[in-house]
Design a protein around this ligand. Structure first.
Ligand code: CA
Length: 228
């Protein structure tokens, strides 16, 4: 059974989210402040973390930052609907997805499942993608660029794999969102830009002058088809 750590300080939201997640077959751990969230994450090693950004003790963004320093555990953040700044910053810190409050618990469950699907590829047949000097071992979620191992989050990996399966093909932001979620829900296409930025920072020799993941102005992105 997959375990989900739910980090939230509002009892009503905890109860609602826990009910739905448990009903969906997940074991749910609860933390109601930032410090205990980090402690539970370290000791119980959940399969995914649902993280509210408005927390006592230690802010949710600080929790996300601390988690990312030590693991690639999938993170879905909960943010206020009007707080785009926090949302973008959360994604920049490496969160895999977000749900805005007030949220539908069904949507939360769907997001959790989609993010877990992306991060669990081990039961799929072996697939190695090679595009120029980008090599992706899909079941093991290992990425290599020019012989150098690059440590990617599940979302960054899936994004790069989507581009690398069809090098040179132009993907719009909406298409990339579809590839990540299966269903795009109401996600902002700007989320793709922040994931692309994180990806470039990790794999490009000069992130400001990308050699692999290229911007197609006004449209989206593509992997250089001569990525070598
Ligand atoms: Ca809160």
């Amino acid at each position: 059974m997959k375990s989900i750590l739910l980090v939230e300080d509002e009892p009503k939201i905890v109860q609602l989210a826990r009910d739905y997640l448990e009903h969906a077959g997940f074991a749910v751990l609860i933390a109601s402040d930032g410090r205990s969230a980090l402690a539970v994450a370290r000791t119980r090693r959940p399969d995914l973390i649902v993280l509210d950004l408005g927390l006592p003790e230690l802010d949710g963004l600080d929790v996300a930052r601390a988690l990312r320093r030590e693991s690639n555990v999938p993170i879905v953040i909960l943010t206020a609907r009007d707080d785009e700044f926090d949302r973008v910053l959360g994604l920049e810190l490496g969160a895999d997805d977000y749900v805005t409050k007030p949220f539908s618990p069904r949507e939360l469950v769907a997001r959790v499942r989609a993010v877990l699907r992306r991060s669990e590829r081990s039961d799929q047949p072996a697939e190695v993608i090679r595009a120029g000097d980008v090599t992706l071992d899909v079941p093991r979620m290992r990425a290599e660029v020019g012989g150098r191992a690059v440590d990617l989050t599940a979302t960054e990996f899936e994004l790069l794999a989507t581009l690398a399966r069809q090098p040179g093909r132009i993907f719009t932001r909406a298409q990339l969102l579809d590839a990540l979620h299966g269903v795009a829900f109401e996600s902002y296409e700007r989320a793709i830009d922040t994931h692309i930025k994180n990806l470039r920072r990790k794999l490009e020799p000069e992130p400001r002058r990308p050699r692999y993941v290229l911007t197609v102005y006004g449209v989206g992105y593509r992997l250089a088809d001569d990525a070598a």
